[in-house]
Design a protein around this ligand. Sequence first.
Ligand SMILES: [Zn+2]
Length: 277
Amino acid sequence: MPELPEVELVARALDKLVGGSRILAAELLRPRLAPESSPAGFAEALRGAGIEGVTRRGKHILFQLDGQRVLIVHLRMTGRFLLLPEERELPKHTHAVFYLEDQRRMAFDDQRHFGLMKLAAASELQQTKELRALAPEPFSEAFTPDYLGGVLSRSRRTLKETLLDQTKVTGLGNIYAAEVLFLARANPFSVSAEFSRRRVQRLHRAILDVLTEAIAHGSTMNVDPENIDGSFYDGSNQGRWRVYDREGEACLNCRASIRRLSHAGRSTYFCPRCQRR
Ligand SMILES: [Zn+2]
């Protein structure tokens, strides 16, 4: 599942590729992709809409449309956009198509069918159920060590669970949460409220460092307009993780063997020596 850096890079790629374009017509092929619109309503609302730009909030992609409207998109597991010339066939799991004015088509393809789209008025965007509960953006001024310390002090859940909760910290998923905890040398299973206040600064720093590094690395890569998927960055990052997916390998700090514990179908990777508490 794409996490904040991948969604950021997808949004930037879309902004570059379709920002300033106009949607001549839109087709919703799988109605449940946009459960709050009918296919006819979706088509009607998007006909003639100008795309002013593409941004991101949390793991949501935001198409800023003229007329003070926003198309919110969540890629979830396998959602991806493809910009296709007229002659190219649509992929098998195309759930929506946007016909742009320069003969290009922007398709939304989603093999696993978990993606979501929703139209909202720009003035109500922050109040939508998708966005209203999200924690502050990690790179915003509101996301301070004090904020993070406050969040942790009020939670009896594990550090990892708190980092994954988008209403507490936004943008981290299973991979980057593991990387952050490793960099901060914090045990994923520690109770959040028992994490010492003097270590919060380091955890906060690790969140920003891991996200910054991932975005910087991803921005050096070429984006294929015909396959703008959220994993284009993951895929090439194999071998760059510090701890994720390294079960049995030597810890980069201390050479101890990296462990993996599985809970609720998700793996947690950590160094049993560096991340003792
Ligand atoms: Zn270690």
